[in-house]
Design a protein around this ligand. Sequence first.
Ligand SMILES: NC(=O)c1ccc[n+]([C@@H]2O[C@H](COP(=O)([O-])OP(=O)(O)OC[C@H]3O[C@@H](n4cnc5c(N)ncnc54)[C@H](O)[C@@H]3O)[C@@H](O)[C@H]2O)c1
Length: 270
Amino acid sequence: MQVGQLLNGGRAIVVGGGGMGNGRAIGRGIAAAGARVALVDIDPARVAEAVVDVEAQGGAALGLVGDVRDQAVVERIVAEAVEWLGGLDTLVTVVGGYSLFAKWAPLAEVTDDQWNLIMDLNLTYVVRFAREAIRVFLDQGSGGSIVSIGSISGNVASPYGAAYGAAKAALTNLAKSVSVEYGDKGIRMNVLSCGVIATEAQQANYPDGGGLAERIPAGRPGRPEEIANAVVFLASPYASYVSGQNLTADGSLTSRFPLPLPDVRSNVAG
Ligand SMILES: NC(=O)c1ccc[n+]([C@@H]2O[C@H](COP(=O)([O-])OP(=O)(O)OC[C@H]3O[C@@H](n4cnc5c(N)ncnc54)[C@H](O)[C@@H]3O)[C@@H](O)[C@H]2O)c1
């Protein structure tokens, strides 16, 4: 299913757009919705493949390589992207995660270095990119939209990954601050909190499948394309009055009542 041309003529940066899971799908989805897209990643080979991907579906993409932990690199990337795009309407931040960057550990065993790395790769770099994007939006006088990929680990406790949960939770408050400080300039920021999405990283966490189909009310993990569709909606004019929000895409995994209930199905008609 194709998302319609919700971002027709748009100009977007996807940070983490070289990813094998959500990042790659979001870059493709933004381009399929009609925007030119600058794809940013630390991995040159992945970003090159992602550009070819977008071009193969008839879109226009620029690949930019850099480490999002470096403020000077972020400034250089945004400047190069904005020059190529001819402006900026949308920033999407996808880089993030836990198991790719640190070992799961109870809080008392987490070092400052581990904590800071996870905070940097899930929260602080978002601030770096958001600052640059907001400056561009203000210069243009046209407003703009920021979408940050969060996680249900930011909505509920993330055992043995406290830094990850804390960083993802903070994205929502960051989005509220941006919305309140810049709402009158037409600048919006929202978070899309993902549940279990069938990506390479997720499959490494559940090599045996983890009984996910039975635990997720939707009956399956999400697909990266479904995350991309929700990102496109939040970035688009269809969400023009939606800002400072945390939209959760988890197949209702975290909506379920958390305690065992008596079996009431026999009392339910039909
Ligand atoms: N997959 C899931 O089930 C799931 C669930 C909840 C949230 N998420 C979130 O989705 C997002 C994407 O996760 P994914 O597993 O789909 O990964 P992904 O396949 O989208 O890859 C992320 C990309 O980030 C890049 N990257 C890593 N460090 C970088 C750095 N320092 N500078 C620049 N780029 C860097 C990697 O090279 C990779 O290409 C993350 O924010 C993650 O927290 C994923």
